[in-house]
Design a protein around this ligand. Structure first.
Ligand code: TXA
Ligand code: MG
Length: 340
């Protein structure tokens, strides 16, 4: 199959492909998604096949606004309603209890809940409206690989497997949405993202379970998908935590007989005298640009198979830094440079 590249003017064609049960990748403010008609079970199953995704990992249902949610979810609590009023459209995915038998098992992984998201991207909102159905959308990468933040990343992973990609340039945030479970008595963050638990607590006036409240790692609530290997490039990623480690990394890199990748902010890249076998990839000037560029950097080094190690800068876990460190820890398999 030829994978088409649609632009905004091809919206009607992309919507028709969705209605015909085809797979269309769509842009969002977080990362690109792999879209299919959420009401078409065969199309939804094809999404798992194209990504190589385990079937027990449920999909997010993308909607054009709260009304589409109300068709499928049990009546929303006042807290849930105020979250939608405050954060939608935006990078907050919310899990609600479903009415019985409204969405296929392929979407929910057999759970009695589903995750809903109203992306803040005009092209994709128009696509959902034009198609007239909610659109499932996992990140549009091969399962296990970094999420795509540009149409060309999607093309790299899924060309020939999907009908088309709706190109709307680079994703703004670069890390996936916050996933918040509102189907339980105490709301819980299952995946950190741009919207933080503190911001959510301000709106619902009650505590939210997350990493801060954890007693042991296995007590932290997690989305089913978070147990799988994730965001992993071919090279080993090492987390570099502080200035002392950057200093030793310069020496370590110079001793390697293979090319070494460095992903750091401009300050660190400029500060050190890197050896000739080092290739740097800038994460910009701060944690916001670093979140935006993390997956793109990991993908950049995947195109250079001779790079076997990627040393990547840690940032403090405040605000979007929590999402950044969550994704970096996964891509590194929790391996830090100081443990080398
Ligand atoms: O930013 C995003 O959320 C992107 C864009 C495309 O919208 N989508 C995305 O989807 O990251 P995906 O499939 O890569 O991640 C969805 C996460 C998975 O970890 C999945 O297990 C979890 O949400 N999830 C989905 N439905 C769930 C449910 N009913 N209960 C608990 N977790 C759920
Ligand atoms: Mg994903």
């Amino acid at each position: 199959m030829d994978t088409k590249i649609y632009t905004k003017k091809d919206l009607k064609l992309a919507a028709k492909d969705i209605n015909d049960g085809e797979l269309v990748s769509f842009p969002t403010e977080t990362v690109y998604g792999l879209g299919a008609d959420a009401t078409n079970e065969i199309a939804v199953k094809a999404v798992y096949a194209a990504k190589g995704r385990p079937s027990d990992n449920p999909l997010i249902v993308h909607v054009d606004g709260p009304n589409m949610v109300k068709k499928y979810a049990q009546p929303l609590s006042p807290e849930a309603q105020s979250l939608l009023d405050t954060f939608w459209p935006g990078p907050l995915t919310i899990i609600f209890k479903l009415k019985p038998n409204v969405l296929s098992k392929a979407v929910t992984g057999g759970l009695d809940t589903a995750a809903f998201r109203n992306p803040n991207n005009d092209v994709t909102l128009s696509l959902i409206r034009e198609a007239g159905v909610p659109i499932v959308g996992p990140s549009a990468n091969t399962s296990g690989k970094p999420s795509p933040t540009k149409a060309e990343h999607v093309y790299h992973d899924l060309k020939g497997k999907i009908s088309g990609i709706l190109d709307d340039g680079e994703s703004k945030y670069g890390v996936e949405s916050t996933v918040l479970d509102m189907s339980t008595d105490t709301p819980a963050i299952l995946r950190p993202g741009a919207i933080t638990s503190t911001e959510i607590e301000k709106v619902i006036n009650k505590p939210v379970l997350d990493q801060r409240t954890k007693v042991a790692d296995n007590q932290v609530p997690k989305a089913p998908g978070m147990k799988y290997k994730h965001y992993a490039p071919n090279a080993q990623v090492y987390i570099v935590d502080n200035e002392d480690e950057w200093k030793s990394s310069v020496k370590w890199a110079a001793e390697q007989n293979h090319p070494v990748g460095i992903m750091a902010d401009n300050k660190n890249i400029d500060k050190y005298d890197w050896s000739d076998n080092v290739e740097t990839f800038s994460l910009g000037d701060n944690v916001n640009s670093a979140s935006h560029l993390l997956f793109a950097g990991l993908r950049h080094f995947d195109n250079e198979p001779e790079v076997k190690s990627i040393l990547t800068q840690a940032f403090s876990s405040d605000g979007i830094g929590e999402a950044y460190m969550n994704r970096l820890n996964k891509s590194a398999g929790q391996v830090h440079f100081n443990l080398k």
